[in-house]
Design a protein around this ligand. Structure first.
Ligand code: PHE
Length: 476
Protein backbone atom coordinates (compact mmCIF):
# COMPACT_ATOMS: atom_id res chain seq x y z
CA UNK A 1 0.00 0.00 0.00
CA UNK A 2 1.24 3.47 -0.78
CA UNK A 3 1.97 5.40 2.36
CA UNK A 4 0.16 8.69 2.94
CA UNK A 5 2.31 11.75 2.49
CA UNK A 6 2.27 15.33 3.70
CA UNK A 7 1.42 17.67 0.88
CA UNK A 8 4.64 19.57 1.37
CA UNK A 9 7.24 20.86 3.75
CA UNK A 10 4.91 23.46 5.24
CA UNK A 11 2.24 20.86 5.97
CA UNK A 12 4.83 18.74 7.71
CA UNK A 13 6.18 21.63 9.79
CA UNK A 14 2.67 22.67 10.79
CA UNK A 15 1.65 19.18 11.81
CA UNK A 16 4.80 18.72 13.87
CA UNK A 17 4.43 22.17 15.41
CA UNK A 18 0.80 21.47 16.28
CA UNK A 19 1.90 18.39 18.19
CA UNK A 20 4.81 20.20 19.79
CA UNK A 21 3.06 23.40 20.83
CA UNK A 22 0.74 22.65 23.69
CA UNK A 23 0.48 22.63 27.44
CA UNK A 24 4.19 21.92 27.59
CA UNK A 25 4.89 25.45 26.36
CA UNK A 26 2.11 27.36 28.02
CA UNK A 27 1.73 25.59 31.32
CA UNK A 28 4.81 23.50 32.05
CA UNK A 29 7.68 25.63 30.77
CA UNK A 30 6.81 28.83 32.68
CA UNK A 31 6.39 27.08 36.03
CA UNK A 32 9.66 25.19 35.61
CA UNK A 33 11.48 28.34 34.54
CA UNK A 34 10.08 30.17 37.56
CA UNK A 35 10.99 27.38 39.92
CA UNK A 36 14.52 26.87 38.61
CA UNK A 37 15.62 30.47 38.76
CA UNK A 38 14.30 32.08 35.55
CA UNK A 39 17.08 33.19 33.20
CA UNK A 40 19.49 30.41 34.10
CA UNK A 41 16.92 27.75 33.31
CA UNK A 42 15.95 29.41 30.02
CA UNK A 43 19.62 29.71 29.00
CA UNK A 44 20.26 26.03 29.73
CA UNK A 45 17.08 25.12 27.88
CA UNK A 46 18.07 27.08 24.78
CA UNK A 47 21.51 25.45 24.66
CA UNK A 48 19.90 22.04 25.00
CA UNK A 49 17.37 22.72 22.23
CA UNK A 50 19.94 23.69 19.61
CA UNK A 51 22.27 20.82 20.47
CA UNK A 52 20.51 17.83 21.99
CA UNK A 53 17.02 18.66 20.76
CA UNK A 54 18.28 19.28 17.25
CA UNK A 55 20.18 15.98 17.26
CA UNK A 56 17.26 13.95 18.51
CA UNK A 57 14.58 15.46 16.35
CA UNK A 58 16.73 15.13 13.27
CA UNK A 59 17.46 11.50 14.14
CA UNK A 60 13.83 10.59 14.75
CA UNK A 61 12.53 12.20 11.58
CA UNK A 62 15.32 10.60 9.55
CA UNK A 63 14.61 7.13 10.97
CA UNK A 64 10.94 7.58 10.12
CA UNK A 65 11.53 8.80 6.60
CA UNK A 66 14.11 6.13 5.88
CA UNK A 67 12.04 3.19 7.08
CA UNK A 68 8.51 4.45 6.30
CA UNK A 69 7.53 2.89 9.60
CA UNK A 70 6.23 4.14 12.93
CA UNK A 71 8.48 3.69 15.92
CA UNK A 72 7.27 0.27 16.94
CA UNK A 73 8.65 -1.34 13.82
CA UNK A 74 11.13 1.28 12.61
CA UNK A 75 14.04 0.25 14.85
CA UNK A 76 13.40 -3.42 14.18
CA UNK A 77 13.40 -2.77 10.44
CA UNK A 78 16.92 -1.34 10.59
CA UNK A 79 18.33 -3.81 13.09
CA UNK A 80 16.44 -6.76 14.58
CA UNK A 81 18.21 -6.56 17.94
CA UNK A 82 16.97 -3.03 18.48
CA UNK A 83 13.27 -3.74 18.17
CA UNK A 84 12.92 -3.41 21.96
CA UNK A 85 13.55 0.33 21.70
CA UNK A 86 10.35 0.77 19.70
CA UNK A 87 8.42 -1.08 22.40
CA UNK A 88 10.00 0.95 25.18
CA UNK A 89 9.22 4.19 23.36
CA UNK A 90 5.62 3.10 22.92
CA UNK A 91 5.09 2.89 26.68
CA UNK A 92 5.79 6.62 27.12
CA UNK A 93 2.77 8.09 25.30
CA UNK A 94 0.59 5.55 27.11
CA UNK A 95 1.70 7.07 30.41
CA UNK A 96 1.66 10.70 29.27
CA UNK A 97 -1.72 10.76 27.54
CA UNK A 98 -3.82 10.21 30.69
CA UNK A 99 -2.31 12.94 32.80
CA UNK A 100 -2.17 15.30 29.83
CA UNK A 101 -5.95 14.97 29.65
CA UNK A 102 -6.23 15.88 33.33
CA UNK A 103 -4.42 19.17 32.76
CA UNK A 104 -6.52 19.66 29.62
CA UNK A 105 -9.51 19.31 31.97
CA UNK A 106 -8.14 22.06 34.20
CA UNK A 107 -7.88 24.39 31.21
CA UNK A 108 -11.42 23.51 30.26
CA UNK A 109 -12.63 24.34 33.76
CA UNK A 110 -11.02 27.78 33.49
CA UNK A 111 -12.53 28.37 30.11
CA UNK A 112 -15.95 27.42 31.50
CA UNK A 113 -15.52 29.54 34.63
CA UNK A 114 -14.63 32.66 32.66
CA UNK A 115 -17.55 32.06 30.31
CA UNK A 116 -19.76 31.77 33.38
CA UNK A 117 -18.39 35.06 34.72
CA UNK A 118 -19.35 36.79 31.50
CA UNK A 119 -22.87 35.40 31.49
CA UNK A 120 -23.63 35.86 35.16
CA UNK A 121 -21.50 38.92 35.83
CA UNK A 122 -20.08 37.35 39.00
CA UNK A 123 -16.47 37.31 40.17
CA UNK A 124 -15.70 33.69 40.95
CA UNK A 125 -12.22 34.45 42.20
CA UNK A 126 -13.07 37.52 44.23
CA UNK A 127 -12.43 41.18 43.48
CA UNK A 128 -9.15 41.50 41.54
CA UNK A 129 -8.90 37.69 41.55
CA UNK A 130 -7.41 37.84 45.05
CA UNK A 131 -8.70 34.35 45.67
CA UNK A 132 -7.32 32.77 42.51
CA UNK A 133 -5.09 30.53 44.64
CA UNK A 134 -7.86 29.12 46.85
CA UNK A 135 -10.10 28.87 43.77
CA UNK A 136 -7.57 26.65 42.03
CA UNK A 137 -6.82 24.62 45.16
CA UNK A 138 -10.44 23.97 45.93
CA UNK A 139 -11.05 22.92 42.33
CA UNK A 140 -8.23 20.39 42.08
CA UNK A 141 -8.90 19.00 45.53
CA UNK A 142 -12.64 18.61 45.04
CA UNK A 143 -13.95 15.09 44.61
CA UNK A 144 -15.54 14.89 41.20
CA UNK A 145 -14.99 18.15 39.35
CA UNK A 146 -11.43 17.48 38.08
CA UNK A 147 -12.43 14.02 36.93
CA UNK A 148 -15.55 15.27 35.17
CA UNK A 149 -13.61 17.84 33.18
CA UNK A 150 -10.95 15.25 32.37
CA UNK A 151 -13.64 12.94 31.08
CA UNK A 152 -15.07 15.63 28.80
CA UNK A 153 -11.60 16.40 27.51
CA UNK A 154 -10.97 12.71 26.83
CA UNK A 155 -14.31 12.25 25.07
CA UNK A 156 -13.77 15.22 22.77
CA UNK A 157 -10.22 14.11 21.90
CA UNK A 158 -11.40 10.62 21.05
CA UNK A 159 -14.37 11.91 19.10
CA UNK A 160 -11.93 13.80 16.88
CA UNK A 161 -9.78 10.72 16.43
CA UNK A 162 -12.81 8.59 15.69
CA UNK A 163 -14.23 11.01 13.16
CA UNK A 164 -10.85 11.36 11.58
CA UNK A 165 -11.18 15.11 11.36
CA UNK A 166 -7.48 15.35 12.08
CA UNK A 167 -6.91 17.26 8.89
CA UNK A 168 -9.69 19.64 9.70
CA UNK A 169 -8.01 20.29 13.02
CA UNK A 170 -4.75 20.98 11.28
CA UNK A 171 -6.44 23.52 9.04
CA UNK A 172 -8.02 25.17 12.05
CA UNK A 173 -4.56 25.26 13.48
CA UNK A 174 -3.49 27.55 10.71
CA UNK A 175 -5.90 30.13 12.09
CA UNK A 176 -5.71 29.44 15.82
CA UNK A 177 -1.94 29.32 16.17
CA UNK A 178 -1.36 32.81 14.74
CA UNK A 179 -4.15 34.13 16.99
CA UNK A 180 -2.44 32.53 19.97
CA UNK A 181 0.81 34.22 18.95
CA UNK A 182 -0.83 37.63 18.58
CA UNK A 183 -2.74 37.33 21.84
CA UNK A 184 0.32 36.16 23.70
CA UNK A 185 2.33 38.99 22.23
CA UNK A 186 -0.25 41.65 23.14
CA UNK A 187 -0.62 40.34 26.68
CA UNK A 188 3.14 40.33 27.09
CA UNK A 189 3.41 43.95 25.98
CA UNK A 190 0.64 44.86 28.39
CA UNK A 191 2.39 43.06 31.23
CA UNK A 192 5.66 44.83 30.46
CA UNK A 193 3.87 48.13 30.97
CA UNK A 194 2.77 47.26 34.52
CA UNK A 195 4.76 49.00 37.25
CA UNK A 196 7.56 46.81 38.57
CA UNK A 197 7.42 44.39 35.65
CA UNK A 198 10.94 45.11 34.56
CA UNK A 199 12.49 43.32 37.56
CA UNK A 200 10.41 40.29 36.72
CA UNK A 201 11.53 40.43 33.10
CA UNK A 202 15.11 40.59 34.33
CA UNK A 203 14.52 37.54 36.54
CA UNK A 204 13.21 35.79 33.48
CA UNK A 205 15.89 36.72 30.98
CA UNK A 206 19.15 37.33 32.81
CA UNK A 207 20.85 34.12 33.91
CA UNK A 208 21.57 34.28 37.60
CA UNK A 209 23.53 31.71 39.56
CA UNK A 210 21.57 32.33 42.74
CA UNK A 211 19.19 29.59 41.72
CA UNK A 212 22.03 27.11 42.20
CA UNK A 213 22.92 28.17 45.71
CA UNK A 214 21.75 26.38 48.80
CA UNK A 215 20.25 28.22 51.73
CA UNK A 216 23.75 28.73 53.20
CA UNK A 217 24.93 30.42 49.98
CA UNK A 218 27.15 27.55 48.76
CA UNK A 219 27.07 26.67 45.08
CA UNK A 220 25.37 23.31 44.64
CA UNK A 221 26.16 20.94 41.79
CA UNK A 222 23.15 18.90 42.80
CA UNK A 223 20.91 21.88 42.11
CA UNK A 224 22.63 22.49 38.79
CA UNK A 225 22.16 18.82 37.84
CA UNK A 226 18.53 18.99 38.85
CA UNK A 227 18.02 22.07 36.70
CA UNK A 228 19.68 20.47 33.67
CA UNK A 229 17.58 17.35 34.11
CA UNK A 230 14.47 19.49 34.44
CA UNK A 231 15.34 21.44 31.29
CA UNK A 232 16.14 18.24 29.43
CA UNK A 233 12.89 16.55 30.42
CA UNK A 234 11.02 19.67 29.39
CA UNK A 235 12.78 19.67 26.04
CA UNK A 236 11.77 16.08 25.31
CA UNK A 237 8.21 16.83 26.36
CA UNK A 238 7.82 20.10 24.57
CA UNK A 239 9.33 18.96 21.28
CA UNK A 240 7.32 15.69 21.45
CA UNK A 241 10.56 13.71 21.36
CA UNK A 242 11.44 10.20 22.52
CA UNK A 243 7.99 8.79 22.02
CA UNK A 244 7.88 8.04 18.35
CA UNK A 245 5.71 10.92 17.23
CA UNK A 246 8.45 12.47 15.15
CA UNK A 247 9.36 9.05 13.72
CA UNK A 248 5.79 8.54 12.58
CA UNK A 249 5.49 12.08 11.23
CA UNK A 250 8.83 11.67 9.43
CA UNK A 251 7.57 8.50 7.81
CA UNK A 252 4.98 10.58 5.91
CA UNK A 253 7.56 13.11 4.75
CA UNK A 254 8.45 13.58 1.10
CA UNK A 255 12.01 12.81 0.10
CA UNK A 256 12.44 16.18 -1.57
CA UNK A 257 11.78 18.17 1.60
CA UNK A 258 14.67 19.23 3.79
CA UNK A 259 14.72 17.56 7.19
CA UNK A 260 17.34 19.91 8.57
CA UNK A 261 15.44 23.11 7.75
CA UNK A 262 12.18 21.66 9.02
CA UNK A 263 13.74 20.74 12.36
CA UNK A 264 15.08 24.26 12.82
CA UNK A 265 11.69 25.82 12.10
CA UNK A 266 9.77 23.50 14.41
CA UNK A 267 12.27 24.22 17.18
CA UNK A 268 12.05 27.94 16.59
CA UNK A 269 8.23 28.01 16.77
CA UNK A 270 8.08 25.81 19.79
CA UNK A 271 10.77 27.64 21.76
CA UNK A 272 9.39 31.05 20.89
CA UNK A 273 6.01 30.09 22.34
CA UNK A 274 7.61 28.80 25.54
CA UNK A 275 9.70 31.91 26.05
CA UNK A 276 6.73 34.19 25.39
CA UNK A 277 4.60 32.27 27.83
CA UNK A 278 7.28 32.77 30.49
CA UNK A 279 7.58 36.45 29.73
CA UNK A 280 3.86 36.66 30.27
CA UNK A 281 3.64 34.73 33.48
CA UNK A 282 6.89 35.21 35.41
CA UNK A 283 6.90 39.04 35.66
CA UNK A 284 3.36 38.84 37.01
CA UNK A 285 4.39 36.40 39.71
CA UNK A 286 7.20 38.78 40.53
CA UNK A 287 4.98 41.84 40.78
CA UNK A 288 2.44 40.11 42.96
CA UNK A 289 5.11 38.62 45.22
CA UNK A 290 6.62 42.06 45.81
CA UNK A 291 3.21 43.62 46.29
CA UNK A 292 2.02 41.07 48.82
CA UNK A 293 5.34 40.91 50.67
CA UNK A 294 5.83 37.23 49.84
CA UNK A 295 9.45 36.07 49.27
CA UNK A 296 10.00 35.91 45.49
CA UNK A 297 11.49 32.44 45.72
CA UNK A 298 8.43 31.10 47.46
CA UNK A 299 6.10 32.70 44.91
CA UNK A 300 8.11 31.20 42.05
CA UNK A 301 7.78 27.75 43.54
CA UNK A 302 4.05 27.52 42.88
CA UNK A 303 4.58 24.59 40.48
CA UNK A 304 1.81 23.26 38.26
CA UNK A 305 -0.67 25.85 39.55
CA UNK A 306 1.28 28.83 38.28
CA UNK A 307 -0.65 29.48 35.07
CA UNK A 308 -3.96 28.97 36.82
CA UNK A 309 -3.25 31.21 39.77
CA UNK A 310 -1.25 34.13 38.42
CA UNK A 311 -2.79 34.79 35.02
CA UNK A 312 -6.27 35.35 36.48
CA UNK A 313 -4.74 38.19 38.49
CA UNK A 314 -3.55 39.89 35.31
CA UNK A 315 -6.88 39.43 33.62
CA UNK A 316 -8.57 40.91 36.67
CA UNK A 317 -6.60 44.16 36.33
CA UNK A 318 -8.22 44.60 32.91
CA UNK A 319 -11.79 44.68 34.18
CA UNK A 320 -14.56 43.32 31.96
CA UNK A 321 -12.27 43.30 28.97
CA UNK A 322 -9.98 41.03 30.98
CA UNK A 323 -12.74 38.49 31.44
CA UNK A 324 -13.29 38.39 27.69
CA UNK A 325 -9.54 38.19 27.10
CA UNK A 326 -9.39 35.30 29.55
CA UNK A 327 -12.12 33.39 27.72
CA UNK A 328 -10.22 33.88 24.48
CA UNK A 329 -6.93 32.95 26.04
CA UNK A 330 -8.10 29.75 27.69
CA UNK A 331 -9.94 28.77 24.54
CA UNK A 332 -6.72 28.99 22.57
CA UNK A 333 -4.76 27.12 25.22
CA UNK A 334 -7.47 24.50 25.13
CA UNK A 335 -7.11 24.26 21.39
CA UNK A 336 -3.33 23.89 21.61
CA UNK A 337 -3.89 21.21 24.26
CA UNK A 338 -6.34 19.33 22.01
CA UNK A 339 -4.02 19.25 19.01
CA UNK A 340 -1.27 17.85 21.22
CA UNK A 341 -3.43 15.36 23.08
CA UNK A 342 -4.81 14.11 19.79
CA UNK A 343 -1.29 13.51 18.52
CA UNK A 344 -0.36 11.54 21.65
CA UNK A 345 -3.57 9.50 21.63
CA UNK A 346 -3.18 8.85 17.93
CA UNK A 347 0.33 7.52 18.63
CA UNK A 348 -1.09 5.16 21.29
CA UNK A 349 -3.89 3.94 19.02
CA UNK A 350 -1.58 3.42 16.04
CA UNK A 351 0.88 1.44 18.18
CA UNK A 352 -1.75 -0.94 19.53
CA UNK A 353 -3.21 -1.42 16.03
CA UNK A 354 0.27 -2.29 14.77
CA UNK A 355 1.01 -4.81 17.52
CA UNK A 356 -2.26 -6.65 17.78
CA UNK A 357 -3.77 -6.12 14.33
CA UNK A 358 -7.14 -5.31 15.86
CA UNK A 359 -9.72 -3.09 14.12
CA UNK A 360 -9.01 0.57 14.67
CA UNK A 361 -12.42 1.39 16.12
CA UNK A 362 -12.10 -1.33 18.73
CA UNK A 363 -8.67 -0.07 19.68
CA UNK A 364 -9.98 3.47 20.00
CA UNK A 365 -12.70 2.29 22.33
CA UNK A 366 -10.32 0.18 24.43
CA UNK A 367 -7.82 3.01 24.58
CA UNK A 368 -10.50 5.37 25.82
CA UNK A 369 -11.21 3.07 28.74
CA UNK A 370 -7.52 2.64 29.50
CA UNK A 371 -6.81 6.37 29.36
CA UNK A 372 -9.84 7.18 31.51
CA UNK A 373 -8.82 4.61 34.12
CA UNK A 374 -5.26 5.86 34.35
CA UNK A 375 -6.33 9.50 34.19
CA UNK A 376 -8.65 8.93 37.13
CA UNK A 377 -5.58 8.32 39.32
CA UNK A 378 -4.21 11.75 38.46
CA UNK A 379 -7.61 13.43 38.54
CA UNK A 380 -8.47 12.13 42.02
CA UNK A 381 -4.85 12.38 43.11
CA UNK A 382 -5.02 15.93 44.45
CA UNK A 383 -8.43 15.39 46.01
CA UNK A 384 -9.83 12.26 47.66
CA UNK A 385 -6.60 10.33 47.13
CA UNK A 386 -4.25 13.09 48.19
CA UNK A 387 -2.82 10.87 50.90
CA UNK A 388 -1.66 8.24 48.41
CA UNK A 389 1.88 8.96 47.28
CA UNK A 390 4.40 7.12 45.13
CA UNK A 391 8.02 7.96 46.04
CA UNK A 392 6.62 10.96 47.88
CA UNK A 393 4.85 12.26 44.78
CA UNK A 394 1.20 12.69 43.94
CA UNK A 395 -0.01 10.57 41.00
CA UNK A 396 0.10 13.37 38.43
CA UNK A 397 3.57 14.47 39.50
CA UNK A 398 4.71 10.88 39.56
CA UNK A 399 3.60 10.21 35.97
CA UNK A 400 5.16 13.48 34.92
CA UNK A 401 8.46 12.62 36.63
CA UNK A 402 8.71 9.01 35.50
CA UNK A 403 8.08 9.88 31.84
CA UNK A 404 9.93 13.18 31.44
CA UNK A 405 12.81 12.66 33.79
CA UNK A 406 13.40 8.93 33.55
CA UNK A 407 11.91 7.13 30.54
CA UNK A 408 12.34 9.86 27.92
CA UNK A 409 16.03 10.43 28.70
CA UNK A 410 16.62 6.66 28.53
CA UNK A 411 14.86 6.32 25.17
CA UNK A 412 16.56 9.50 23.94
CA UNK A 413 20.03 8.23 24.87
CA UNK A 414 19.39 4.82 23.30
CA UNK A 415 18.06 6.45 20.12
CA UNK A 416 21.28 8.44 19.79
CA UNK A 417 23.42 5.36 20.40
CA UNK A 418 21.36 3.52 17.81
CA UNK A 419 21.77 6.29 15.24
CA UNK A 420 25.46 6.96 15.88
CA UNK A 421 26.74 3.43 16.27
CA UNK A 422 24.27 1.09 14.60
CA UNK A 423 22.84 3.05 11.67
CA UNK A 424 26.02 5.08 11.37
CA UNK A 425 26.52 8.57 10.11
CA UNK A 426 26.83 7.61 6.47
CA UNK A 427 23.34 6.23 6.13
CA UNK A 428 21.84 9.14 8.08
CA UNK A 429 23.64 11.69 5.91
CA UNK A 430 22.46 9.91 2.76
CA UNK A 431 18.85 10.13 3.85
CA UNK A 432 19.14 13.77 4.87
CA UNK A 433 20.82 14.77 1.62
CA UNK A 434 18.16 13.10 -0.53
CA UNK A 435 16.43 16.47 -0.61
CA UNK A 436 19.37 17.84 -2.55
CA UNK A 437 20.52 20.10 0.29
CA UNK A 438 23.90 19.40 1.91
CA UNK A 439 23.79 18.32 5.57
CA UNK A 440 25.17 21.53 7.01
CA UNK A 441 25.39 20.59 10.67
CA UNK A 442 26.97 17.23 10.01
CA UNK A 443 30.06 17.82 12.16
CA UNK A 444 28.06 19.02 15.15
CA UNK A 445 25.59 16.21 14.68
CA UNK A 446 28.31 13.55 14.50
CA UNK A 447 29.87 14.55 17.82
CA UNK A 448 26.52 15.01 19.48
CA UNK A 449 24.89 11.78 18.41
CA UNK A 450 27.82 9.49 19.09
CA UNK A 451 29.33 10.95 22.21
CA UNK A 452 27.94 14.05 23.85
CA UNK A 453 24.23 13.28 23.80
CA UNK A 454 24.36 9.73 25.21
CA UNK A 455 27.01 10.60 27.78
CA UNK A 456 25.29 13.75 28.94
CA UNK A 457 21.91 12.13 29.24
CA UNK A 458 23.22 9.08 31.05
CA UNK A 459 25.41 11.09 33.44
CA UNK A 460 22.58 13.34 34.44
CA UNK A 461 20.18 10.48 34.77
CA UNK A 462 22.52 8.53 37.05
CA UNK A 463 23.26 11.52 39.23
CA UNK A 464 19.56 12.19 39.50
CA UNK A 465 18.79 8.61 40.50
CA UNK A 466 21.59 8.74 43.09
CA UNK A 467 20.12 11.94 44.41
CA UNK A 468 16.63 10.53 44.57
CA UNK A 469 17.82 7.55 46.59
CA UNK A 470 20.35 9.53 48.60
CA UNK A 471 23.38 7.60 47.26
CA UNK A 472 26.81 9.22 47.54
CA UNK A 473 25.75 12.07 49.75
CA UNK A 474 23.73 13.96 47.15
CA UNK A 475 21.00 15.91 48.72
CA UNK A 476 19.00 19.02 48.16
N1 PHE B 1 4.65 18.58 23.05
C1 PHE B 1 3.37 18.72 23.64
C2 PHE B 1 3.32 19.94 24.51
O1 PHE B 1 4.25 20.68 24.62
C3 PHE B 1 2.99 17.55 24.48
C4 PHE B 1 3.12 16.30 23.79
C5 PHE B 1 3.93 15.40 24.33
C6 PHE B 1 2.48 16.08 22.60
C7 PHE B 1 4.09 14.22 23.70
C8 PHE B 1 2.66 14.92 21.96
C9 PHE B 1 3.46 14.00 22.52
O2 PHE B 1 2.33 20.21 25.12
Amino acid sequence: MKRAKWSGQLAFILAAAASAIGLGNLWRFPYLAAQYGGGAFIAIYLILVVTLGFTLMLTEITIGRKTHQSQLTAFHRINKKWGFLGVLGTIIPLLIAPYYCVIGGWVMKYFASYAQMIFTGTQLMGEGAVNSGPFFQSFISSTFAPFSYTLVFILISFAVILLGVKHGIEKANLVMMPILFVMGFSLTIYIFSLPGAIDGVRYCLVPNLDGFREANGNFSFALLGKTILGAMGQMFYSLSLAMGIMITYGSYMRKEDSIENSVRRIELFDTAVSVFASLMIIPVVYIFAVKSGMPVKEAMNAGPGLMFITLPKVFATLGTFGTWAAVGFFMLVLFAAFTSSISILEACVAAVCDIFHIKRNKVIFGMMIFVTALASLSAFGYGPWAAVKIFGLQFLDFFDFITNSVLMPIVGALTCIFAGWVMKLKSITEEIELSGHPFRSRALYAVMVKWVAPMLIIAILISEICRAFGIGGWSI
